[in-house]
Design a protein around this ligand. Structure first.
Ligand SMILES: Cc1cc2nc3c(=O)[nH]c(=O)nc-3n(C[C@H](O)[C@H](O)[C@H](O)COP(=O)(O)O)c2cc1C
Length: 216
């Protein structure tokens, strides 16, 4: 199949790239959400966008479960808080890890999982079933699913929505709640909505270009 995307004049490439950078640079992870509703179509669009990601052998080893059901969100909050209490207060997180996240001011209270209009969980598929019923391993699962999640986040941000890349590990409870098969593992839990009116975020700086790029 022929593929010939339009070749832009270099000035236009740079303008578009700069605009996209400014837009992406304004994205922040949110931990205080409004309960304002978000239409299902926005969630579907973000997941359709995630599904455009490149993947090892084009196996697209991702599956998304989304819910706006208050009872289900509450079950997720309760299960996540059990794990997070063990992480934060029960000593399961090693001291070095605790130190690394201390500046974010996070704790085991995950009230936002009740408040936020949507919870979307991305599952990573370790294998898939072939037509003859046998199982085929998927390749580069973490890389592929990570890319899809990045595109999901970018799509939400483009729609003016916010999310948090949330990993209340171990996340086996999400497989149970969403009744997913053993061939999948929970990858990232995304609360999706609008920031609350009083939302604040940690004052973080991003690395400078010369810290992350060396041109040879
Ligand atoms: C793989 C991954 C796991 C993360 N897990 C959590 C988490 O469990 N809880 C949380 O509050 N933030 C979590 N974060 C969010 C990071 O703390 C956040 O992205 C980082 O502080 C940078 O802030 P920013 O997203 O606003 O740029 C996670 C981020 C990534 C990429």
């Amino acid at each position: 199949m022929k593929y010939q995307p339009p070749r832009l004049p270099i000035e236009e490439s740079l303008t578009r790239g700069e605009e996209f950078f400014t837009h992406m640079n304004s994205r922040r992870s949110v931990r205080t959400f409004s309960s304002d509703p978000v239409p299902k179509e926005c969630i579907e669009l973000a997941i359709r966008t995630a599904n455009t990601a490149p993947s090892g052998a084009h196996q697209q080893p991702w599956f998304f479960c989304a819910t706006n059901d208050p009872a289900l969100k509450h079950r997720i909050r309760e299960a996540a808080e059990i794990e997070e209490r063990e992480n934060y207060e029960g000593g399961r997180l090693p001291p070095a890890w605790r130190n690394a996240i201390a500046h974010l001011g996070t704790n085991s209270n995950k009230e936002y999982l009740d408040i936020v209009p949507w919870i979307v969980v991305c599952f990573a598929q370790k294998s898939h079933e072939l037509d003859d019923g046998t199982t085929q391993k998927n390749y580069y699962v973490n890389e592929s699913v990570g890319l899809a999640c990045g595109m999901f986040i970018a799509s939400l941000h483009t729609m003016g929505l916010s999310t948090l890349t949330h990993t209340p590990n171990p996340m086996g409870f999400l497989s149970e709640i969403f009744e997913r098969p053993a061939t999948e593992r929970p990858f990232i839990l995304f609360p999706v909505g609008y920031p609350a009116k009083d939302c604040t975020v940690p004052d973080l700086e991003r690395k400078e270009l010369d810290q992350i790029l060396k041109i040879y």
